[in-house]
Design a binder for this molecule. Structure first.
Ligand SMILES: Nc1nc2c(ncn2[C@@H]2O[C@H](COP(=O)(O)OP(=O)(O)O)[C@@H](O)[C@H]2O)c(=O)[nH]1
Ligand SMILES: [Mg+2]
Length: 194
């Protein structure tokens, strides 16, 4: 049983004219390709097939909208940072993201998905800066925490928190495999949506 019994796919947008109606509240998930974004969405919603876990990262350039409840949405933003993406796809991604962040009134917060083995990268920081410029909330999920030891986990969390020190951005460790941090992540999302 999902934590969101009414959860359903709404629509996909390849351009901003195709976005779901901009009413109510929505939380967006963003991150590098292969950071574990789809896996995190599936874990948090307890719907294994909702967002597709990909073996060929970087292919989808779509914004996917899911309805959690009436006027409450989860938004799966296209991943970034994949090396083998042609320049025109990269430019399309940039334009789509900038338009989305600039336009979206219903966007309340961003879940930034970061592989705990890599830590925050340049593009991740750019995403956070877009959000903060729009006065929205942001929370970093340091994923795949099951793949690193406790010492490295403590270090990457500390580094992330320090990098966000002058902002309201929060961060936590997360593992879809062990469910570490799953309830905490959902609480952040539910707080933003309420
Ligand atoms: N060990 C481990 N692997 C994970 C975890 N989350 C994702 N992965 C793996 O990382 C790869 C990329 O995951 P995916 O969700 O498709 O990433 P996305 O491209 O960001 O949507 C897949 O092989 C997942 O099985 C996790 O918490 N632990
Ligand atoms: Mg994905």
């Amino acid at each position: 049983m999902s934590h969101y019994p009414q959860l359903r796919f709404l629509t996909s947008a390849a351009q901003t004219s195709q976005l779901a109606p901009d009413s109510g509240r929505e939380v967006a998930f963003a991150g590098r390709s292969n950071s574990g974004k789809s896996t995190a969405i599936n874990a948090i919603t307890e719907r294994s097939g909702l967002a597709r876990v990909s073996r060929t990262p970087g292919r989808t350039q779509l914004i996917n909208f899911f309805e959690l409840a009436a006027e409450r949405r989860l938004v799966d933003l296209p991943g970034y940072g994949y090396a083998r993406v042609p320049p025109r796809v990269r430019i399309h991604w940039l334009e789509l993201m900038q338009e989305y962040f600039n336009l979206r009134e219903s966007l309340v917060g961003l879940m930034l998905i970061v592989d705990s083995r890599r830590g925050l990268g340049e593009q991740d920081v750019a995403m956070l800066e877009w959000l903060l410029a729009r006065d929205r909330e942001a929370h970093v999920l340091l994923t795949k925490a099951d793949k690193i030891n406790r010492r490295d986990a403590t270090r990457v969390l500390k580094e992330t928190v320090e990098a966000c020190a002058d902002t309201a951005v929060t961060a936590q460790l997360f593992s879809a495999h062990t469910k570490q941090g799953m309830v905490a992540a959902r609480e952040v999302m539910d707080r933003w949506l309420s």
